[in-house]
Ligand binder design. Sequence first.
Ligand code: CTP
Ligand code: MG
Length: 335
Amino acid sequence: RMYRRQMMCRRDIDDFNVPFLAIYGSLIPPEEEKLKQKQLVAILEKLVSKEWPTSNLYLYGSCANSFGVSKSDIDVCLAIEEADMEKSKIIMKLADILQSDNLQNVQALTRARVPIVKLMDPVTGISCDICINNLLAVVNTKLLRDYAHIDPRLRQLAFIIKHWAKSRRVNETYHGTLSSYAYVLMCIHFLQMRRPAILPCLQEMETTYSVTVDDVHCAYFDQVEKLCDFGRHNKESIAQLVRGFFHYWAYCHDYANTVISVRTGSIISKREKDWTRRIGNDRHLICIEDPFEISHDLGRVVDKHSIKVLREEFERAAEVMQNDPNPCIKLFEPY
Ligand code: CTP
Ligand code: MG
């Protein structure tokens, strides 16, 4: 009879905070891993500055935005002023330079949408992608990292959502599902929209940081240490937020008419962005505005088939969070 009771009345949602936080804890990269990443970057810096003394190397993506789980690859951007040299030429040259040192599997991918050099460091086992002059990615990496410093629940939520997305195979842009970057923006936006809000909208506040890259003006309030108690009036727990996130994307989001926008901290209409119909390959079936390149819809990779897959996964996750006796296991069951 005990067993039946357990099956029938599920525990309180807050009973799942401890197991969710344990999953979060197990995903955080250990200090020594961070150290190894730094060592590899130092090696790369040395090699690159021999050839291009005025160049800079920047980390971006999950190794620098604080949303990286253990054992992630690192993303590096080489900032270089070679106006007269084609990107693919720079990539070839870079691969050449790195090849000669004892790095492994140095590959120049010159025809990719974003041309990169891929390599693996045999000493640390870390893989790394290097792109050229993608400074907007460096700036949006800083924005994500700054948001993470405001309330610890963002990093917890984003780790859990990314872990879910990887487990359920809906984090594969080449198969029409969403990038990690898109999922983190969805988490930021979700926390901006809670009432009381857990995150502010940094781009609507006083400008303390501003740069212009590739003609895009990027400006926001970056003194986030002043905002560390911003979310104190909202007491929602991580389990409640995970449930709320999936509930929103399963049952509440208006896919037909709206766009989520971290830039404004609000929901805006597709009509206002002219994202109401398919243009070229952009179908706008789920719309996530890039905070700086505001003509970019991060949902543009999603097609007729994958939108169905994605929404079914949101519904499955919402259902698991609502009713399953063991959501911390069921949510991440491999697809
Ligand atoms: N990026 C971007 N525009 C996109 C996709 C990515 O500007 N449409 C940039 C962002 O700066 C992002 C970085 O590329 O942080 C890496 O993207 P992605 O691989 O999606 O995210 P990671 O945070 O590196 O996630 P993962 O842990 O899965 O590697
Ligand atoms: Mg990455």
